[in-house]
Design a protein around this ligand. Structure first.
Ligand code: SF4
Length: 77
């Protein structure tokens, strides 16, 4: 379960976030490329844009459910 207290500082503000348990596997970027990406140094993924339509929301939820270490959280709105 992702912990909002441990989220990376580069997540944009909003419900979805990546916390420091991320292992940079890249699955979330594949599932929701409009919302998640890996940091330039490849250390971790982060939310660079919160989903703003149903398609992106569904993709972000799929990313969250696909994350092998449960590093993605959704605080709701
Ligand atoms: S799917 Fe999870 S572990 Fe993989 S890069 Fe995304 S947040 Fe990190």
């Amino acid at each position: 379960m992702a912990n909002p207290e441990n989220k990376f500082a580069d997540n944009v503000a909003g419900p979805f976030y990546v916390d420091d348990s991320c292992i940079a596997c890249g699955i979330c970027e594949t599932e929701a490329p409009e919302n998640f990406k890996l940091s330039d140094d490849g250390d971790h993924a982060f939310v660079y844009k919160q989903p703003d339509n149903d398609e992106e929301r569904e993709a972000s939820i799929a990313a969250m459910e696909s994350c092998p270490v449960d590093a993605i959280g959704d605080d709701g709105e």
